[in-house]
Design a protein around this ligand. Structure first.
Ligand SMILES: C[S@@+](CC[C@H](N)C(=O)[O-])C[C@H]1O[C@@H](n2cnc3c(N)ncnc32)[C@H](O)[C@@H]1O
Length: 250
């Protein structure tokens, strides 16, 4: 999907991509990313594509394929480390559903937990500063119940309703984290999550920021850079717009 283009502009873009596609058989065009002449080997990973196709429910989710590849790659790496998997900002659970299927979470990862934290009522009003998202986004009747149902086949997935970071003082938080996906579209909430969770990420563990490189979410990038600079880390900006940090020994 390319937001901000009208129908005529989208038609022109489609024509240009059709022409390029004749020269280069694999192009990626979606999620504000166009690549030409890349291997895109994730298209050949049958297990990944099966997990993605099983869980994708609409055009917007379909456009996130390359971001899902990043998460699946990181999840696979982290599944060999001690610690839990954590997502802050779950919405309908699309990303985590792809990962739990890709990694056979309830069987191959049965001894670890996957924590999913969300208000399931959208971004708290006092966390909206600097976010391009409005107060009515991500609100849907029975969202929490729907997500609990979605992950029912995975008894080691814990769906936790509450506001980050406050929820960490009243609900269970893992001591050790192997994989941390932060996707709350709010700088205040994401820094609040890092302040509690960063120290719990094990060496070799990964933190993925969903919106890090997106211009509209600049407030997140600026505050996350400051958080990481203070700890002598820097965040890798990926072409998908995600940010990546790999935790080191010390
Ligand atoms: C972009 S959506 C997450 C998308 C999700 N990762 C997926 O796989 O589709 C952002 C989510 O963050 C949640 N959120 C925002 N601020 C929050 C906060 N302070 N505490 C808990 N959840 C929050 C919203 O309720 C919303 O569901």
């Amino acid at each position: 999907m390319f937001y901000g283009l009208n129908n005529d502009e989208l038609k022109l873009l489609d024509q240009a991509l059709d022409t390029i596609n004749k020269l280069y058989p694999r192009i990626f065009a979606g999620d504000h990313l166009i690549t030409v002449g890349r291997c895109m080997a994730f298209l050949d990973d049958q297990k990944f594509m099966a997990a993605y196709n099983k869980n994708v429910r609409n055009r917007q989710e379909r456009s996130l394929l390359w971001r899902l590849h990043t998460l699946a790659w990181a999840g696979r790496h982290c599944s060999r480390l001690p610690g839990s998997f954590v997502e802050c900002g779950v919405y309908k659970g699309f990303c985590s559903a792809v990962l739990t299927d890709y990694l056979d979470f309830s069987t191959a990862q049965a001894s670890r937990s996957y924590y999913l934290y969300d208000t399931f009522e959208g971004i708290p009003v006092d966390h909206l500063e600097g976010s391009p998202v409005d107060k009515d986004s991500y609100k849907e009747a029975d969202l929490y119940e729907q997500v609990c149902e979605r992950f029912r086949p995975h008894p080691n997935v814990r769906v936790i309703k509450g506001r980050v970071p406050d929820v960490f003082s009243v609900q269970e938080v893992p001591d050790q984290i192997a994989f941390l996906h932060i996707d709350m579209n709010s700088a205040t909430a994401e820094i609040g999550a890092l302040e509690v969770l960063f120290e719990r990420v094990v060496p070799g563990g990964m933190i993925i920021f969903d919106d890090y490189g997106w211009q509209a979410y600049r407030a997140q990038k600026d505050q996350e850079n400051a958080f990481m600079d203070a700890r002598d880390y820097s965040i890798l900006e990926l072409p998908t717009g995600q940010g990546l940090v790999v935790k080191r020994e010390a």
